[in-house]
Design a protein around this ligand. Structure first.
Ligand code: ATP
Ligand code: MG
Length: 396
């Protein structure tokens, strides 16, 4: 029945030049996303994006793909009537209601738009005449202009578009309109969700993963690649930096108090991630930390980790309970991969009794023991970092 989609987006706060940038970015993102599944025609038209589908297309697949584009607030499947002739419009609309609504016992309201004032019937008239036509044709229908069960939209342009369904999109802003950020991506549940949340605000994402072979397996790295690939369907291609962190971790393990291992290690992660962030023009770091989740995520610990960074560190799940994060992970499709049982480097070097309230000056003192020799190790880690471009097409 459907051959096209009309995409709605939230327009609040969008004015002048910003609006233009937003609309173009949204059109481009829709185009890129749909190009993965077929040849669609995507165009900006008067405050919305129109998507015309190829002759053969999969409805569910198309809706699912559109549901990954940030900035899309509503996805409306539309019936296209290849005419602006009033008779054709009423017949076409009637046919649509007849086929789509099995049970024709509901209240409705017609909402009309004409693209050109040259069209001889005004919008209020379209509403009135269409309402009347539908009331006559379907006896179970009643008009309710305030709180209708169904809003039937009729838009007369060079063709006529009819729709009554709005499928909820992800919302947010089109990726690329908000700069770029560096995500510290582990194989866990939280960091992919954190990346998703910041990307949703229009921010492009790069990622850094700290790998510690042979303590962490190739399979653990594969898991991170898989997670990056899953979120790249939303965020666009991700430059993933895979840092060999083994030597750094071993040195900390040898020379620093074990209860402070995680914090010191985390500080080195932040430093290295910030290095790549600056190099690639990222304006912030992102982590999946949540207050109190583990010893390294108390406010004191977060403070000790944060102290080594100059770029702002965004922690979008900071106030979420695990279950709330899990729900988002399930919704975006990362959960099943995140719970695969492959150790990431943090779980191997954990102390039995980590400090929960580290004092920054004490951490700095412990870390001071390795600072000098760490310089060369950090340099080597940076120089040997593998950069992998991950996109939904990546075959891992
Ligand atoms: P996650 O589910 O994201 O792994 P977690 O509950 O396991 O989180 P931690 O292991 O304490 O939490 O890590 C906190 C944050 O530090 C992660 O969300 C991630 O942003 C970053 N991080 C931890 N380990 C790594 C790693 N090996 N590589 C990159 N980032 C990491
Ligand atoms: Mg983790």
């Amino acid at each position: 029945m459907y051959k096209a989609f009309l995409l709605k987006y939230a327009e609040i706060g969008l004015k002048g030049k910003n609006r233009n940038v937003f609309e173009n970015a949204l059109r481009d993102q829709v185009q890129t996303t749909l190009a993965r599944i077929g040849t669609y025609h995507v165009a900006r038209e008067q405050g919305r994006i129109f998507v015309e589908c190829p002759d053969e297309f999969d409805y569910d697949e198309t809706v699912a793909a559109l549901g990954t584009v940030f900035g899309v607030w509503g996805i409306c499947p539309v019936v296209v009537i290849e005419s602006t002739d009033w008779e054709e419009i009423t017949k076409g609309t009637g046919r649509y209601i007849d086929e789509f609504y099995e049970n024709k016992d509901f209240t409705f309201k017609v909402e009309a738009k004409r693209a050109s004032k040259l069209y001889p019937i005004t919008s209020p008239e379209i509403c009135a005449r269409m309402g009347e036509y539908l009331l006559n044709r379907f006896k179970g229908l009643r008009v309710d202009v305030h709180n209708p069960n169904v809003r039937i939209h009729v838009e007369v342009r060079t063709k006529t578009y009819v729709y009554s369904q709005i499928i909820k999109g992800p919302g947010g802003m089109p990726v690329g309109t908000g700069g770029k950020a560096m995500l510290l991506l582990s194989g866990g549940i939280d960091s992919p969700v954190a990346g998703y949340m910041i990307a949703k605000r229009g921010v492009s994402i790069e990622a850094t993963y700290f790998h510690a072979p042979p303590y962490t397996s190739e399979r653990a790295k594969q898991k991170v690649l898989d997670l990056a690939r899953i979120i790249s369907a939303y965020t666009g291609p991700i430059r993933l930096h895979v840092v060999n962190f083994t030597e750094i971790q071993l040195r900390i393990y040898e020379k620093c108090p074990h209860e402070e291992l995680t914090i010191i290690m985390r500080r080195y992660m932040m430093r290295i991630a910030e290095h790549f962030a600056r190099k690639d023009g990222c304006l912030s770091l992102i982590t999946g930390e949540s207050i109190g989740q583990v010893a390294s995520q108390t406010m004191q610990s977060l403070n000790a980790t944060n102290a080594v960074c100059e770029l702002p560190v965004f922690r979008p799940v900071i106030g979420f309970d695990k279950q709330e994060i899990v729900e988002i992970a399930q919704k975006i499709g990362t959960f099943e991969t995140s719970i695969e049982p492959f150790e990431d480097c943090c779980t191997i070097f954990v102390a039995k009794h980590p400090v929960t309230k580290p004092i920054l000056s004490a951490i700095e003192k412990s870390e001071g023991v390795v600072t000098e020799e760490m310089e060369a190790l950090v340099r080597t880690a940076i120089e040997t970092t593998e950069v992998i471009l991950v996109s939904p097409e990546t075959i891992n």
